[in-house]
Design a protein around this ligand. Structure first.
Ligand SMILES: *[C@@H]1O[C@H](CO)[C@@H](O)[C@H](O)[C@H]1NC(C)=O
Ligand SMILES: *[C@@H]1O[C@H](CO)[C@@H](O)[C@H](O)[C@H]1NC(C)=O
Ligand SMILES: *[C@@H]1O[C@H](CO)[C@@H](O)[C@H](O)[C@H]1NC(C)=O
Ligand SMILES: *[C@@H]1O[C@H](CO)[C@@H](O)[C@H](O)[C@H]1NC(C)=O
Ligand SMILES: *[C@@H]1O[C@H](CO)[C@@H](O)[C@H](O)[C@H]1NC(C)=O
Ligand SMILES: *[C@@H]1O[C@H](CO)[C@@H](O)[C@H](O)[C@H]1NC(C)=O
Ligand SMILES: *[C@@H]1O[C@H](CO)[C@@H](O)[C@H](O)[C@H]1NC(C)=O
Ligand SMILES: *[C@@H]1O[C@H](CO)[C@@H](O)[C@H](O)[C@H]1NC(C)=O
Ligand SMILES: *[C@@H]1O[C@H](CO)[C@@H](O)[C@H](O)[C@H]1NC(C)=O
Ligand SMILES: *[C@@H]1O[C@H](CO)[C@@H](O)[C@H](O)[C@H]1NC(C)=O
Ligand SMILES: *[C@@H]1O[C@H](CO)[C@@H](O)[C@H](O)[C@H]1NC(C)=O
Ligand SMILES: *[C@@H]1O[C@H](CO)[C@@H](O)[C@H](O)[C@H]1NC(C)=O
Ligand SMILES: [Cu+2]
Length: 577
């Protein structure tokens, strides 16, 4: 995989295989066709049939430039309902193309097609696409790379090569069966059997040596690694032995560069790093590894995925293939699986570039304040046998104690057609109805309520949202993802947020701008965003198991007065429920 990658520039590869171009005045229109079909794939000596895009695992790359329009036709040839989300794309006015099932669209049913139609405005960098229904994103995911406009420069050294590195999880079982079983028993789902780099688990697993991602590099060059965490349930540490990395971008927004040996990347996050290779050909091979950062009480896949960083032997040296084999293999040291101190230090280093060309437009005034608790709880056992959640209950998860109930039709369509009655209610609590010591001794009653509730915001509302982790079933880091917007991470801390003291320390100058942020384990994070995009925008934990348990809600942003402040008309081919 790594080899073929380096022979052909990566963007050419995907363009040649299935992208057709049309040149327009504003940008290029790029057409892709995603055929959802089954494919047999073998890893860890285990062959299984999985749902794929075009038979590829991971899925194909989408490559476009800032300003381009994408027309991606998705045709469903399998029995599962399908929807695809273009994670991190702003979708200005084009919420119909966002993808979360039963939020912005009904799923694409077997035999049907839908064309996702959107323009990339004011964004460049690494994002990804993934299925947004049940746990199908375990195999339906791939990079979404936005190159800068023609003749535009990166605000850092021009890389010699660019390489996407997408992390995933491999299950020997069918992930759909895993989540279905968990939702029935009320207990925690089975964990994955391996992590993967570009679909490959690597040499540290049994029967996996041949399935190893190899990055072949030349000495003395700069490589841009486009890191993407597409794993379902795990934040990951990543490091390359004896090499440091320069972080230059997070969630497709440039950051102030900083050097680190280890990256922390949550599901839903992307990070671009520069890898400067050694100036001389080194007589060693280097492992790159990733393993989880995990804070919750539940069990998790604690295994380690590895790939290889190999230097190409220059022609004028005496290294023969056999001597190559005997090179020492160096392994990086990753932080402990529960190293919250590292996680905090790392997230504090992320700052917006905040340059003249790429300013940090942090909302300085706030129209509406929100305070959301984020965490796990329980729901009553719905069976006539003991459930496998805490104390015979079912696991549940909530925002402000509301566990989201999925409706049977899409919220956006209901909103657009003025038919929200019976689909959702606009009464999502702006703060906890019953305040308690969020990070203290858990309350006696851990039961959560449920419903399909949204917050309605007038166009251009400036929002400040504090998300507070709860310790009800153990404190835990939750990577919260907001659709349709980037937000600024203006503050974070441990314990309970103090509205009298903490805002004084907010960074309103160069806070990192992103689409997914970790709510610290046993702490809080404050974000700000401007609601300048009309539509219905999902917000949820990107740990898929928590989403399945209801850790999700939606914002409805009303149309503005100007034509370019209104949601586009309903697409004719929008799938029906
Ligand atoms: C997968 O393998 C099984 C068993 O060999 C076979 O019956 C099936 O047709 C294969 N599926 C695909 C999509 O190739
Ligand atoms: C894509 O969406 C735009 C905006 O609604 C619309 O003008 C255009 O016709 C659409 N293109 C296709 C091929 O559906
Ligand atoms: C989950 O793991 C248990 C215990 O190993 C096993 O019995 C069960 O079949 C697994 N469930 C699925 C869906 O694979
Ligand atoms: C290469 O190997 C020699 C001898 O084995 C050792 O002394 C030297 O430090 C190694 N160089 C590097 C860059 O690892
Ligand atoms: C991973 O978890 C298993 C089972 O809980 C445990 O036996 C093993 O020591 C753990 N491995 C690591 C590296 O923590
Ligand atoms: C992290 O895990 C180690 C070993 O499992 C344990 O000794 C330590 O107390 C844990 N640290 C925290 C902060 O939970
Ligand atoms: C309830 O219990 C009865 C008798 O044990 C059993 O036949 C039935 O399948 C159970 N129902 C559920 C939903 O578990
Ligand atoms: C479960 O029950 C025990 C004993 O009644 C209690 O101490 C514990 O807090 C309960 N746990 C949860 C999660 O409700
Ligand atoms: C909340 O609980 C923590 C941890 O038990 C404790 O240190 C703190 O004093 C409590 N705060 C309040 C306001 O009771
Ligand atoms: C929780 O339960 C304990 C023991 O049953 C009781 O002493 C305590 O008052 C309860 N706390 C609250 C807040 O109800
Ligand atoms: C949802 O809440 C209702 C009460 O309002 C309750 O009867 C029901 O069991 C809850 N459902 C779930 C899945 O928690
Ligand atoms: C697929 O989606 C349709 C429309 O929402 C729904 O009626 C049907 O039950 C779904 N099928 C499956 C297998 O989930
Ligand atoms: Cu979570």
């Amino acid at each position: 995989m790594g080899v073929s990658l380096l022979k052909t520039p990566f963007f050419l590869l995907s363009l040649i295989s299935f992208c057709m171009l049309e040149h327009g005045l504003a940008g290029t229109t790029r057409h892709y066709h995603f055929q959802i079909r089954h494919q047999n794939v073998t890893r860890l000596c285990h062959t299984k049939t999985m749902v794929t895009v075009n038979g590829q695992f991971p899925g194909p790359r989408i490559v476009a430039r800032e300003g381009d329009r994408l027309l991606i036709k998705v045709t469903n040839h399998v029995q599962n309902n399908i929807s695809i989300h273009w994670h991190g794309i702003r979708q200005l006015q084009s919420g119909w193309a966002d993808g979360p099932a039963y939020v912005t669209q009904c799923p694409i049913q077997s035999g049907q097609s839908y064309v996702y139609n959107y323009t990339i405005i004011g964004q460049r960098g690494t994002l990804f696409w993934h299925a947004h229904i049940s746990w199908l994103r375990s195999t339906l995911y791939g990079p979404l790379i936005i190159l800068p406009k023609l003749n535009a420069q990166y605000p850092f050294a021009k890389p010699y090569k660019e390489v996407p590195i997408i992390f995933g999880e491999w299950w020997n079982a069918d992930p759909e069966a895993v989540i279905s079983q968990a939702l029935q028993t009320g207990g925690g789902p089975n964990v994955s059997d391996a992590y993967t780099i570009n679909g490959l688990p690597g040499p540290l697993y049994n029967c996996s040596k041949k399935d190893t991602f190899k990055l072949n590099v030349k000495a003395g060059k700069i490589y841009l690694l486009r890191l993407i965490n597409a794993a379902l349930n795990d934040e990951l540490f990543f490091s390359i032995a004896n090499h440091s990395l320069i972080v230059v971008e997070a969630d497709a927004v440039y950051v102030k560069p900083f050097v680190t040996n280890t990256i922390l990347i949550a599901p839903g996050q992307t990070t671009n790093v520069l890898l400067k290779t050694k100036s001389q050909y080194p007589n060693a091979t280097f492992l790159m590894t990733a393993r989880p950062y995990a804070t919750g009480l539940g069990t998790f896949d604690n295994s380690t995925v590895a790939g290889l960083l190999e230097y190409k032997t220059p022609p004028n040296t005496h290294h023969s293939p056999s001597s190559l084999k005997n090179l020492p293999l160096l392994k990086p040291t990753l932080p402990a699986l529960n190293d919250t101190s590292f996680a905090t230090k790392f997230s504090n280093k992320l700052r917006s570039l905040a340059s003249v060309e790429f300013p940090a437009n942090v909302p300085q005034k706030v129209d509406r304040h929100f305070f959301f608790t984020i965490g796990l709880g329980t729901a009553p056992c719905q069976q006539n046998q003991t459930c496998q959640g805490p104390n015979g209950t079912m696991f549940s998860a909530s925002v402000n104690n509301v566990s989201y109930t999925q409706p049977t039709t899409a919220l956006l369509q209901a909103h657009f057609l003025g038919q929200s009655n019976g689909v959702y209610t606009p009464d999502f609590p702006t703060k906890p109805l019953v305040p308690f010591n969020y990070t203290g001794t858990p309350p006696n009653n851990t039961m959560v309520s449920n419903g399909t509730k949204v917050v309605v915001l007038p166009f251009n509302t400036s929002v400040e949202l504090v998300m507070q982790d709860t310790s009800i079933l153990g404190a835990e880091s939750h990577p919260l993802h907001l659709h349709g917007f980037n937000f600024f991470v203006v503050g974070q801390g441990f314990g309970n947020f103090n509205p009298n003291k903490d805002p004084a320390n907010f960074n309103l100058v160069d806070p990192v701008e992103r689409n997914t942020v970790g709510v610290p384990s046993g702490g809080w994070v404050a974000i700000r965003f401007l609601a300048d995009n009309p539509g219905v925008w999902f917000m949820h934990c990107h740990l898929e198991v928590h989403t399945s348990w209801g850790l999700k809600m939606a914002w409805v942003v009303l149309d503005g007065k100007l034509p370019n402040q209104k949601l586009f008309p309903l697409p004719v081919d929008l799938p029906k429920c």
